[in-house]
Design a protein around this ligand. Sequence first.
Ligand SMILES: Cc1cc2nc3c(=O)[nH]c(=O)nc-3n(C[C@H](O)[C@H](O)[C@H](O)COP(=O)(O)O)c2cc1C
Length: 187
Amino acid sequence: MTGMKILLINGSPRTNGNTSELVNRFLDEIGNKASVEEVRIYGMDIKGCRNCGMCQKTILEEHCAIGDGMSGLYRKFLSSDLIVLASPIYMWQFTPCTLAFLNRLHGLCHSKDFSYNAMAGKKMAVLITLGAEEEVADFAVNGLREFCEFFSVEYKGDVRVPFAVKERISAGEYDKEIREFATKILE
Ligand SMILES: Cc1cc2nc3c(=O)[nH]c(=O)nc-3n(C[C@H](O)[C@H](O)[C@H](O)COP(=O)(O)O)c2cc1C
């Protein structure tokens, strides 16, 4: 056990699909090397940011004026060292709930002058499945990389499963990549 705390945000709507199988293989690989809490966010009440601006004027106790399912997730985010997103690619992007989660992290930073940035120093990585070739995930991954750079989050890498078929993931076809990914994110 490294003592590292990982928050795994699973943004796939399917509890038994390709992404969830990738998550299972990842959890097997991590074993007891870190503590991992997985949260399935599809179906949770996580609204998109409404740009009310409250979080940018002050540091709100709940980090956001909306006060929905994100409240608990802010707490989990802040007490974690590393956040692993797991998402299929939908229309060249992460799923809507994953994007809503990322939108709402704005509540953790005053992004005009960075006088407050509770994301600084966190680490992020991503597990991705998609129906086409892996380059189709570039748009989403590049956006996340920009996000990380802007908010001083360290981007630790990704695993992409192109032409995803669950049985091939469970047969161990991606285990080597998952092992390398796990080693890298625990560094
Ligand atoms: C609404 C929708 C949009 C999708 N858009 C893309 C896409 O833009 N590019 C792609 O390669 N695959 C796309 N896919 C395929 C999924 O990314 C792929 O099947 C994925 O492995 C599903 O993950 P899951 O089993 O966890 O649901 C899309 C699937 C759906 C349902």
